[in-house]
Design a protein around this ligand. Structure first.
Ligand code: AMP
Ligand code: ZN
Length: 200
């Protein structure tokens, strides 16, 4: 699957991405088989431990790529595969519960180690969604659709991530409903408002 040159190259790059103990939590979660929703040769799938919507899964690369920022054109097959796994999860959920639309993508600046793809329903209803940063990280361009990254890699051989300043702007921008023009004063107002968007 991977056309990466050598793990030595990865190790050199690895030094530039710093992860602390907390950010190794996904790998710790993977250590306990009962947390696994499914796996194949290239990916593990788990439920997000702090889901930010009704359905929130993570498709995690088995290959030791620390972050989306380390992905190159050599990884396009892996990214395509991760997206395929994500779409199958959506299909399976929708077969039993067709209420939800899903987003499939990467955070521009992930906080957790090992390349992982978010598969998240767009209702954003969850007790774990507690901050503006949580909201904005899934509803602004801080969240990058997998399809966009794959398309850029295929067409241009590369993709660009938003700058540090752009990321900061996305995460701190004013709250806005992801389904209409409603602009709340507080996250609490928004959390009440989005209940009205649930299909009955
Ligand atoms: P990211 O910002 O893309 O790195 O997102 C990391 C995701 O991992 C977040 O949605 C967290 O809720 C989730 N998370 C954090 N710690 C754990 C853990 N130990 N096990 C599973 N998911 C976790
Ligand atoms: Zn709304």
């Amino acid at each position: 699957m991977s056309k990466r040159k050598s793990s030595k190259d990865d190790n050199v790059q690895e030094k530039k991405v710093k992860f602390n103990h907390w950010s190794l939590g996904l790998l710790e979660t993977l250590n306990d088989p009962k947390n696994l929703v499914q796996e194949d040769s290239y990916t593990h799938v788990i439920k997000d431990k702090f889901p930010k919507a009704t359905y929130h899964y993570l498709v995690i690369s088995k290959q030791d790529i620390s972050s989306i920022s380390k992905v190159t054109k050599d990884d396009v097959d892996l990214l395509r595969h991760m997206e395929k796994v994500a779409k199958k999860i959506v299909q399976d959920v929708n077969n039993s519960d067709s209420t939800y639309q899903f987003k499939i993508g990467y955070h521009a600046q992930p906080s957790m180690a090992r390349l992982h793809l978010h598969v998240i329903s767009d209702d954003m209803i969850s007790p774990c969604l507690k901050t503006k940063k949580h909201w904005n990280s899934f509803t602004t361009d801080f969240f990058i659709p997998s399809e966009d990254i794959v398309k850029s890699l295929v067409n241009d051989g590369q993709f660009s991530l938003p700058s540090d300043q752009q990321c900061k702007n996305y995460l701190t921008q004013c709250l806005k409903c992801n389904k209409c023009d409603y602009v709340p004063k507080h996250l609490g107002d928004l959390k009440k408002h989005i209940l009205g968007h649930l299909k009955t």
